[in-house]
Structures are given as C-alpha cells and as structure tokens.
Design a protein. Sequence first.
Length: 278
Amino acid sequence: MCTPGQVASRASLVISNYSRNHSVFLGLSDYFWATTQSKFPLPYGTKGSGKLQCKRCIVVGSGYRMKNSSLGDIIDTYDIVIRLNNAPVHKYEKDVGSKTTLRFFYPESAFFDPVLDNNPDTLMVLVPFKNLDIQWLKTILNDEKRINRGFWKKPPIIWNVKSQNIRILNPYFMQIAATKLLGYIEKNNKKPTTGMLAITFALHFCDVVDIAGFGYPALSNKKEPIHYYEKVTLKSMAVSGHNITLEAIAIGNPLQNRLIHNLTYFFFLYFNFYSATR
C-alpha cells in the first residue's frame, strides 16, 4: 500500500525541522550543459514520475546480503529504484533486479558500465564530496584536460554517459544526513556514505521508502565480503572516512520508527532487524 504523505508525516518525528521545500538537484543551468526532459516513462526513465500520486522507492545497497537474495523481481516493481556507486546489475539481475531510475555516485566510484548496468534514461546523480568532484565532471563533459590529483583513487578518464542524463545532488541532503541523522559536527571530518545520502534523499522525495542490502558484517567477522559483487572485506572501511557504527544507528532509528522498511536482514553491533517485506 502507498499513502501520499506517509513518509513525510513520520519523518518530521525523526528529523528535526524536516521540510520538503528544497530542490532535489542543483540547477543544471548553473553548470555546464543544457537540460532536456526525460524521453522515457518509468521503468526506464522519469517522464511523468513527478505526477505520481504516491511514489514507492527502494534504495538498493551493495551489501553482501543481496547475494542469493532472489529479490530482483520485487525490486523491479518499485516506481523508483535507486542504486549506489559502481554496483553492477548485469549478471546479478536475479538478486538485484534490472531497473535503475537513479544511480548515486562520486568520481572515484563511477566505474560502472553505462549500458549494461543502467537503463537508457537512468539519471546519474553526482554526489559532490569536494570541489574537485564537480571540476572532474566539467572536464569530462567538455573534454578538457583531466584532473589527476586530489582523488583517493583515480576516477575514469573516459566516461561514456550522455550529459542530459547527469544531475548533481543538492548539498542540502548532505547537510541533513550529516547533522540531523548522523549528528556529525564540522570538526568531525567524517562524511556520510552514498547509501546514507540516498536514504536521506528518498525520505524527502518518496511516499514509501524501502531499503535492501544495507549493513556490514560483525566487527569480528574478518572474512565475509561487504559487497555482493566483490571480495573486499570490512578491513577496507578503516580508511574510508565513514563512521559505519554511527550509520548503523542512524539507519536503525527510522527502521524502528517504521519510517523505512527493510527487505533484507540488517545486523550491526546491537541492532537486529529482520525482513520487513510486505
């Protein structure tokens, strides 16, 4: 069931000064390309989605619990499917689905196949963590001299994505995720994960917010991969600049308040959240 305003009414109880009176993306006219309207309706684009009376969204995490989940068909039934970073779709459709409405990424995580891992009109949403991120996008779109320094990992030099499919996330959502949901202060020097930002965005845009594939192995588990598509373990998070313990608490809060629902098992430290598939 989807009830208009359902998430908004509950979110105000969890997020102080909650408001939907903010633009979703930065104005593209302020940047480096001309906008065109989406050519395709759902599920392959967003044409007409603004007119949906009730928007059912799912944020698909990249967690290992997506492996062998068989959630693909369920995920594809949502109006809006949000994916993260370079998480692949090709060859994983049975578990993660084949539909991608929005893909949140930053330059270092832009190594996905634009054709195989997205739909023809998927919107690529840049999450700008630093000034260089927008500068990188400018050099790619205008075919200017590439920037090589200032990234923790070299971003793509060639990126075959249509400019009309690119958006930049309004930094407002970064602020809300960091200060309201995670309680970070300016001197903390920690940043929300892309997944946390996607959930924050969905809470401000959707009427139903479900998640899948979130959570990390227990700290004592040194061998289980953290992603469904590669063998990287929890050790890699030590230098990530994210506080995954605090993020688990931040996700647990709206789960307990039924603001969002989880389709997969979520465990971290003191939290045990089981399937809430309706």
